[in-house]
Design a protein around this ligand. Structure first.
Ligand code: UD1
Length: 310
């Protein structure tokens, strides 16, 4: 049994990691400031975990929660590209300085390994597809810059400060508990919420932009493997399926699954958006033995179970 700290554990992905760690018999502590995370994501887990409400940027809090911990899963972050365009300094403060603070606390506490949730946004609009981890990053939003800087700190701590770290670059994660309520939410959660109410969603741009949508359970598995695989330390891994899906195709697939006859609205393209995104999952496959097991269609079915009219 290990002791695990999940920062951002009340969030969409973090709360699924909490559930998986509990299922494997670990002791779990969660640090979350509930800025975007929600306690109801932890409702099934709450009695079994230690929940600390606090900010990763607060040094004393980070030190306290890192005590006695074997593994840190660091997910607390500002996760939105458009929000980071509006508030670049906040993105830097939470995503870079916050990560540095968590790394410092983990090192001082003698943590065995820290798994960092990063993003494929660091590749930017470099046209080569699929993205491989060795490609030079071309961040084009404050969000991507702040995550790339945090990745560099993770690697520094692995190389020079005696703390093992693994960086996971998530592509577009979707699944239950993704909060649709803000304009900064992930596209699938927004579309599902609107379309189940019979409201047409808005597609930004011509809808031919693509994303590599990966189901949250596959992302959880990548995290667990990253914590367990000895030679993963110091490495960066893409966590994506290798399949590109356009926003237009997403809309059509959801209309099918939800059995709704709707036409989307089209709006102006979103500033900071990248055009195309698709992972090469080859390195994660070779080193971690990971590949996505839940297809886009199966993921949409699981996500919409219970909301499809009979
Ligand atoms: C998402 C993640 C980010 C992650 C990144 C990796 C969220 C909120 N953000 O950013 O944390 O690091 O993937 O690439 O999950 N769109 C519409 N209509 C809408 C909303 C979005 O057309 O109502 C379009 C956007 O313009 C974009 C695409 O859908 O082209 C995906 O947008 P979004 O879900 O916000 O994800 P990313 O910006 O890719």
């Amino acid at each position: 049994m290990s002791v695990c700290l999940v920062t951002g554990g009340a969030g969409f992905i973090g709360s699924h990691i909490v559930d998986a760690l509990l299922a494997r018999g670990d002791r779990v502590r969660v640090l979350d400031n509930l800025s975007t995370g929600r306690l109801e994501n932890l409702s099934a887990a709450m009695e079994k975990i230690e929940f600390v409400e606090g900010d990763i940027r607060d040094e004393a809090t980070a030190q306290k929660v890192a005590e006695g911990v074997d593994f840190v899963f660091h997910l607390a972050a500002m996760v939105s590209v458009p929000k980071s365009m509006e508030k670049p300094a906040e993105a830097e403060s939470v995503n870079t300085i916050g990560t540095l603070n968590v790394l410092t606390a983990a090192r001082a506490a003698g943590v065995r390994r820290l798994i960092f949730s990063s993003t494929c946004a660091v590749y930017g609009d470099e046209p080569t597809l699929p993205k491989t981890e060795t490609m030079p990053p071309r961040p084009q939003s404050p969000y991507a810059i702040s995550k790339l800087a945090a990745e560099a700190y993770c690697q520094l701590f692995n190389e020079s400060f005696g703390l093992e770290t693994v960086v996971l670059r998530y592509f577009n994660v979707f699944g239950p508990r993704q909060d649709p309520s803000s304009p900064y939410s992930g596209v699938i959660s927004i579309f599902v919420e609107r379309m189940t109410k019979g409201v047409a969603p808005t597609i930004f741009g011509d809808g031919e932009q693509t994303r590599d949508f990966v189901f949250v359970e596959d992302v959880v598995r990548a995290n667990l493997l990253a914590s367990e695989t000895p030679n993963a330390a110091g490495k960066i891994f893409n966590v994506g399926t290798g399949r590109q899906v356009s926003i237009n195709h997403l809309f059509k697939s959801l209309a099918d699954v939800l059995r709704r006859e709707l036409s989307p609205r089209y709006g102006p393209p979103r500033p900071g958006d990248i055009s195309h995104s698709c992972a090469s999952p080859a390195l994660a496959n070779t080193v971690l033995g990971w590949s996505a097991q839940i297809s886009f269609e199966e993921g949409l079915r699981r996500l919409t179970t219970g909301v499809v009219p009979e």
